[in-house]
Design a protein around this ligand. Structure first.
Ligand code: ZN
Length: 214
């Protein structure tokens, strides 16, 4: 492969699911979710490529507890042969909840990848659905932009950030997790810490945003 010195170690900032339903007032609000928006806005000023993921479900998405009369929110069940948590309805395509948070400096985001569009399977990762059956196109986009090093932040640490980071590492990207730019659901005590440990063990480097801002 030809190497291009100017493109070596090209960095991109990946913002995971900074959407209304995941912040205060949203149907699946992540505690402290709003606190990361300003961090995202600051970090965007030091990256020349910013990519975002957007959870983008049809109204009949099977991850919604409302689709299963016998399930309550938070219950575990099997969807498409995979373990699944029953979520409140969230990020339904075209609704206010599905939109990126208004305070986010949207004009600095070059590319938005939508995920979770297949009603029969969930998609926590920005790269693949939870069964790794279909790719979203994010990896192709990053590769075509010569990105090798991804800096990841967003919501939620223990779900979509975690799955996105683990897939990115498996795909061969160098990954830095911006720890203070993430907030988690913490369905069970310790979920956030376990997720961070898992990402770090898999090869993610941990940084805080202020280490990138000067
Ligand atoms: Zn979702």
């Amino acid at each position: 492969m030809k190497s291009n010195p100017t493109a070596a170690d090209r960095r991109a900032l990946l913002l995971v699911d900074l959407q209304n339903d995941f912040v205060a007032g949203g149907s699946l609000a992540v505690p402290g979710g709003n606190d990361v928006i300003e961090i995202a806005n600051q970090l965007m000023t030091v990256f020349d490529l910013v990519v975002a993921t957007q959870d983008w479900h049809p109204a009949d998405h099977q991850s919604f507890a409302s689709r299963h009369p016998h399930l309550s929110i938070g219950d575990n069940f099997t969807l498409g042969g995979l373990p699944q948590t029953a979520w409140p309805d969230h990020c339904v395509q075209g609704t206010h909840g599905s939109q990126l948070v208004a305070e986010l400096h949207r004009d600095r985001i070059s590319h938005v990848v939508r995920k979770g569009t297949d009603p029969s399977i969930d998609s926590y990762s920005g790269f693949f659905d939870n069964g790794h059956r279909h790719a979203t196109g994010l990896a192709d986009f990053l590769r075509s932009a010569n990105v090798q090093h991804l800096f990841v932040m967003g919501l939620a640490t223990d779900y979509c950030v975690r799955f996105t980071v683990l897939d990115a590492i498996q795909l061969g990207f160098q990954v830095t997790l911006i720890k203070d730019g993430c907030r988690g659901v913490e369905m069970k005590t310790g979920d956030i810490e376990r997720a961070i440990d898992e990402m770090q063990s898999a090869g993610a480097e941990l940084l805080s945003s202020d280490q990138l801002l000067h």
